[in-house]
Design a protein around this ligand. Sequence first.
Ligand code: PLP
Length: 220
Amino acid sequence: MSINKEKYLEIIQQLGDKATLVAVSKFKPIEDIRALYDLGQRDFGENFVQELAIKYEALPKDIRWHFIGHLQSNKVKYIAPFIHLIHGVDKEKLLLEINKQAIKNNRVIDCLLQVHIAEEETKFGFDSQEVQELAKRIFEPESINYTNVSIRGLMGMASFTEDREKIRNEFKNLNTLYSTLKLKRATLNVLSMGMSGDFSIALEEGSNMVRIGSLIFGGR
Ligand SMILES: *Cc1c(COP(=O)(O)O)cnc(C)c1O
């Protein structure tokens, strides 16, 4: 077994009731997830649909599975029956497909809009203006396209850099956008930001959901 139990307990302690821990188990074996589950962890995050589907089948059904990777529209159907929260909605087309699959499964699927907060070119997500425009359309009372998706908040990834102030500023910007949207829709309650390397900064900047993998499960 290769999970770091001490680190896990330390993180849980640090988060307290301020933030939910999503344990990111991508590429990690079922036994490691099971070991963390036995310590009481229930929220797990995965990046790949096929891997997630296999793990879902093999593990206890009270696990809340979070999809945190880049999701392709044609794969939504495989996770729609059971997914707890989709963090990485980065296109309106994807949201429409999630809605369609949610209807087929007779459920409402919770989603976060992914915001591009880092300067890097390669990260997926909307920019701040796009999010506001999309949110406006989704939140309209007469919006008929989004009957079975529920936007719970925002998700973002900071730049991969040693520059702590830069990371802090990116998180700050995301929190500002989150607060702006929350004024329009009070039911928003998730700000997903912070990973192994930067979650302490994210907490200071208002995160209430962190996605931590390597600190708990070891390197990938
Ligand atoms: C892999 C991943 C994480 C976890 O990364 P660590 O640095 O291992 O904590 C968090 N969020 C997303 C979107 C990821 O892809």
